[in-house]
Design a protein around this ligand. Sequence first.
Ligand SMILES: [Zn+2]
Ligand SMILES: [Zn+2]
Length: 452
Amino acid sequence: MSSRVFINTECSQCGGSLNLEEGTNAVFCPYCGSSFLITGYDKVLSYYIPRNAEERRTAVQALSQRYLLTLTDHYRIAAVNLFYLPFYHLRGKIFQLVPDHQDDALVLHSADANRTQVKTKYLDKSFLATDLEGLKLYSLGVRTSVLQLKLFKKGTLRDKGNVYPVTLDIERALEIGLGKNHKTSADSCVLSRMLSIVYAPVWEVNVKGINRTFSIIIDALGETIIEDQAPFHFLTDHLTEGISSTFPTISFHALTCPNCGWDIPPDPKLYVFVCKNCHWVWECGVDGFRETRGAIATAPEEDELPQLTYFPFWIFPAQRENLRRQKGKTAIAKLFIPAFKVRDLSVIYRLATSFTNVQPELDLMPLSNDLPAAQVEGAVMKWEDARKLADLLVRNGTKKVHLLPQGKPSRQLVWLPFYEKGIYLRDALLHSGIQKAKIRPPNIPHLSPLTR
Ligand SMILES: [Zn+2]
Ligand SMILES: [Zn+2]
């Protein structure tokens, strides 16, 4: 299980204390009643653990004293210093494609969706972000599943202790956390990736004896001895003047439609929001809302379908290898990546491969006033994550397609019609079934079939 990270911050409107889960794009302030769009998670944010380590100086001294009494020689504590060391904290969800080896003979015949399994696991790693050779402090000394943090600003901890600079760059941190080949892996990618820096307090207790001096290094959060015989002044001597770094922060924006000014409900799990008034589609951008092309695919008119629910998919333009060879001309295809919330990520893979294989003809309509306000729910998957999945499918070779370069304006989200039948949810275009239990359906009313 991955740890949950909460950012303790203030409402930009009234200064009220807000506890925001990291990655949440929308927040409601209970003090002033304002709603905000939160941006900035795309940057590497810096945090500290808001615990006053300094108050525990006496306890740390006592802990060291007890340790010294176990030694045969006589020692005394010369000085106790507090330091803040930066750690990279990398979190996310690993999406891995695993060939199903149960039936090898069949795999040879069809590199099909049914022959590949999806395995997922949480990624949660932390490691030192500064050069300190010889210190046995491999990860954050926090063992809780919930981490309460505050945003670190320049000078934040200066009066509390010596702050070590970050000397390991982001590229190197990703290599350590994800492996050297993380960008080109043909079988896995990391979704909802979040890389941040957490400053954690560490004590250096300098000890003098008759013939010998050394330092005891203590993790200030767990109050445990990390190194009992470190070189004297170990942390004091290794502290370097850091290159002055900048500390990006999260920003608050009004949660209103930039087109018509309508209030958008603060749904914390959404990444793409739809204005219920003008039906423009807004993605959470680097600095506020960014417009995204949105459309709804109509269900075939001839079919007598039960009530429909519309689920969003990111669409990526692609070229198809097979068709290109056969006809000697470029065949444009679409890569479909589901953007809605699912319980089981194998649903994403199943739907992405079946739609991409079949390439259904889409009869697109703008999201317009013809739709009652509640008919379209926003999406939870970031375009960047969908792009990673699209790249993974292409690299994995399952689909024999090549993605076309895509600029920002051409990002497209399409809502496809689905209907319920028994324990299955079936799409109205291919009629392929997904068990309802594998999907957490959006909380929207059922619709009557939308046709032109
Ligand atoms: Zn407020
Ligand atoms: Zn609007």
